[in-house]
Each structure stands twice: as structure tokens, then as C-alpha cells.
Write a protein that binds this ligand. Sequence first.
Ligand SMILES: C[S@@+](CC[C@H](N)C(=O)[O-])C[C@H]1O[C@@H](n2cnc3c(N)ncnc32)[C@H](O)[C@@H]1O
Length: 193
Amino acid sequence: MIEIIKEKALQEGVPIIKDDGLAFLLETIKKNDFKQILELGTAVGYSAINIARLNKNIHIDTIEKNIDMYNQAITNIKKESLDKQISVFNMPIEDFKTDKIYDLIFVDAAKAQYGKYLEMFIDNLAEDGLMFFDNMVFHGLINDVEHIESRNLRNLVKKINKFREMVRNDKRFDIMLFDNIGDGILILSRRKK
Ligand SMILES: C[S@@+](CC[C@H](N)C(=O)[O-])C[C@H]1O[C@@H](n2cnc3c(N)ncnc32)[C@H](O)[C@@H]1O
């Protein structure tokens, strides 16, 4: 079933996490025994379903603004009988407010907003929790910005580069960059005082 969800998403051009990025994400969750997960960007629920299948005690809150994606995610999650483990919120991330503390925050939505999402949710991250950002090399484009013809795309890639630079220089955080995994993964943790 999960393979069918994946194939359908790929056929319909729904952007889902790449295989090696997903394997790395799942390994990170398993290794740290993380249980409370927040995901920004559900799409059709592919990554959330994969995470939930790791362990019955994992719970995921995941946010999706697009109603069609949301409906597909709900259907897929129900079919997998994972609706107790995965809560999908149909709203813009910008409107999601919670006091909950999460072990892992998986950021996989509007790339231009990563800096904003970091500030919005950093207080929801457990002391030893991790923030996991996908698309940090954006199909390899971050090293070739000046050759990107589309102005919108060029601006987006510049914003990703700016975000990378910003977290690198922010003394609140320790970061690890894995440019060769998935579409480029950045893992951020709070620096211990
Ligand atoms: C890359 S896809 C998520 C893929 C999913 N995590 C997976 O790997 O299966 C990004 C999703 O984020 C949603 N999105 C983008 N900006 C958003 C926002 N501001 N609020 C809520 N959802 C947003 C898009 O509609 C899209 O479905």
C-alpha cells in the first residue's frame, strides 16, 4: 500500500521525500527513540505514514494547507489504520499554534519560509530534540544560482542559501549538513550552554 501511495504521488508530480532522505529521517527517529513528531508539509501523508509505521508509540502532528492534499492524506492514513497515530491539520503552518513539545520537527514545506518556521517552532523543540530540514541543496541548484533563468526560482534558491548561512552563524544552534543525502538535509539542535 505504501508503495502505491508513493507511485501515485510520483506519477502526479506530488513532491515527496526521496528514498535516501526518508531512510535517513527514519534512522534518526529510531536511533534517538523519538516519539513526538511535528511535520510541516504533509502532502499525501507519505512521510508521516512511514514514520508512524516505525513504532506504535510514535505520534505525528502534520500540517497541510492544500485541501486536495489533505483529503488524500486522510484517506491514505485511514487505509493504513494509522489515524490514531497521525493527526493532520488542514491549515497554513503560519496559523498552527501549540504548546506541545516535540522530539523532532520535520520541515518540508515552503522552502522560502524556513527561517520563519525555525523561529515559530524552536520553543516547541525538546531540549535534546532535532529539527530536520529537507531540500537544502534544492536539486543541486544552490551552487549554481547565477545560471538559473527563472527569476522566481533564482530568488527561492538565494533564500535557501541565506537560510543555510543564517543558521551556520547562529550561536543558538549546532547544525549538521548532509548535502549528498536526499535533496540536501540540514539537522539543527540547540547548542548546550
Ligand atoms: C514537499 S511536500 C511534503 C511532502 C511530505 N512531507 C512527504 O515527504 O511525503 C510540501 C507540502 O507542504 C505544503 N505547504 C506548503 N506551504 C505550506 C504552508 N504555508 N502551510 C501548510 N502547508 C504548506 C504543500 O501544499 C505541499 O503539499
